[in-house]
Write a protein that binds this ligand. Sequence first.
Ligand SMILES: [Zn+2]
Length: 380
Amino acid sequence: MSSLRAEAVSLLQSLVQIESINPSTAPTGSGEQQVADFLATYCKEKGLAYELQPVKDGRSNFLTWLPGKDPSRRVLFVAHMDTVPVDKWESDPFSGEIRNGRVYGRGSCDDKGSLAAMIVAICNLGEQQPEATIVVAGSVDEEYRKAGARAIGLSGVRYEAAVVGECTDLELVVAHKGSVRWQVEVEGVPAHTSRPSLGVNAITGMAKVVLALDEYSKMLESRSHPLVGPPALTVSLIEGGIELATVPPSCRIWIDRRLTPGEHPQDALEEVESILETLRRKDQVKVHSLLPALEDPAPASAESSRIAAIAAKACADVAGTGKHVGAPYGTDASQLSLAGIPCIVLGPGSAAQAHTNEEFIQVSELTKAVEIYQKIMLSY
Ligand SMILES: [Zn+2]
């Protein structure tokens, strides 16, 4: 195991040293291509086939695979190659240095730890041929719109199951929330504020909308899901009016609605639409929704799937983990699940470290993740 440990640490350090900030989260971000190219060289040297799948703007998913005894069956292991930006780090965020049994740096935990563990796992199965073909993918754009996972789901290649690597402390996430974000606009009529009765104040109209949505969000708390908790609605941004002496002709808000498994973005949109319809009818508020800017459904729960059962055993054997848990955040599983792929989320590192200014991963967890992934690869 110690050679796998050394290989996983060394690969993770190399990945952290390649800056791959998602350019949609910071304009100076380099994107994922250098990570994909690095992995291509790495896997080629190990004798594995690979492919770069163009997704958008010169950004490609990376895929490598090991044929199974039954080539018609495929299992996907996926971890994302992009990271969030860096801000106010005290040390070099791209050093990949080791201190106190931890690898430090942006992406060490989210999500290059999982990525390195999956790559080392597939590269070191040795003579053992898996039953199903094992595909390991590095995806682009998870931190923004999950375009990479969407491209994998739409590629026409069928997967029986997917293991999505994210920092779960090696626990087994079988359900997580989704989200839908969109704008609602109220139209008013401009007038001079010396004679406001000649106008219609869009901000006043929006106040009624916001209060009605607040009532609705309280009601959502009663719909708790056993693994992920209740859905939620937050009015997260507001802008309205044009200047100090004009009755505001327009006002817009952004809504962030978190979805629980089984809820679809369309369900949430329709519920809000019926609230808006009441306001139109009873209060004559001229209000409408704009098309959603983001739709990430909550994946179907994988609680009773075969992949969850196999992963639970692997987690228990290696790390004493593997109980079914839910997570409040989203992952690539949202998009993969749209293609009908049962997904679990499982990886080394703690979500408490993700996106922080001193991101790290425990080397001991990284090594256990390699073992767990190998067990899943060989038993599916
Ligand atoms: Zn992540």
